[in-house]
Ligand binder design. Structure first.
Ligand SMILES: C[S@@+](CC[C@H](N)C(=O)[O-])C[C@H]1O[C@@H](n2cnc3c(N)ncnc32)[C@H](O)[C@@H]1O
Length: 213
């Protein structure tokens, strides 16, 4: 199953019928463990491409001192709002409609940015737009944290990632798993420098970048 499948089924949270991406059930705890290390008390974190809103729900319940700003395309607002209603955490902010290709993003300065599984889901033009947008809204020295699969030296790191890439391209030929080195270079143009490249389960990575002045 791809990393993008959303299914509707009930999970044990206020008996709600919530949208669930199975991949999030697997990766939310390992991602949380990294975020817990990297984020600071009081941070406002912009999440890009929040999908179902599960990461927002998981993190806000465990890090009440962090204010989480989810964002997505308009069609996914209902999903994120359903999770927000269930969780009822003050630090789970109302989701914003944010298309990364917009020139104007509906946020001012944020302390950190998080995005899971968006870089491979979209084409390079959108990745460049996303990095440029992050460069505009992230405060100096703020962190940008990207979870997902990457290729190294032009090679897939697993058969599963190769299959995911084929599936991605079958629905959007411009999308697909990106080369780590090119992602780092693209980010660098927006004053984001790589601090950490962290191995995650299932051949995923977390790239932690910092905006430099
Ligand atoms: C693979 S899903 C990842 C969802 C979630 N972050 C997760 O890890 O489960 C990719 C997400 O990127 C979003 N997306 C695609 N194009 C986008 C754009 N132009 N601007 C903002 N989000 C976009 C999609 O709506 C989708 O929810």
């Amino acid at each position: 199953m791809s990393d993008t499948a959303f299914v509707k089924h009930s999970i044990d949270l206020n008996d709600a019928d919530l949208p669930v991406a199975e991949s999030c059930l697997r990766n939310q705890q390992p991602i949380f463990e990294v975020l817990q290390q990297e984020l600071s008390d009081g941070d406002v974190v912009l999440e890009i491409g929040s999908g179902t809103g599960q990461h927002a729900a998981y993190v806000t319940q465990r890090l009440p001192q962090v204010r989480w700003q989810p964002s997505e395309m308009a069609e996914n607002m209902a999903n994120i709002n359903a999770w927000r209603t269930s969780v009822q955490a003050d630090n789970f902010l109302p989701p914003l409609v944010l298309d990364i290709t917009q020139d104007l993003w509906p946020v001012k300065q944020v302390d950190a940015v998080f995005s899971a599984n968006v870089v491979h889901f979209v084409g390079w033009d959108k990745v460049r737009a996303m990095m440029a947008g992050i460069g505009r809204v992230l405060k100096d020295t703020g962190l940008a944290i990207f979870y997902g699969p990457y290729n190294y030296n032009g090679e897939f790191t697993s058969a599963g990632n190769r299959q995911l890439d084929q599936w991605l391209k079958s629905r959007d030929p411009s999308s697909g798993i990106k080369d780590f080195e090119q992602v780092v270079m693209t980010a660098r143009k927006e004053k984001l420098r790589l601090l950490k490249d962290i191995a995650m389960p299932a051949n995923n990575r977390i790239l932690v970048m910092q905006k430099y002045v």
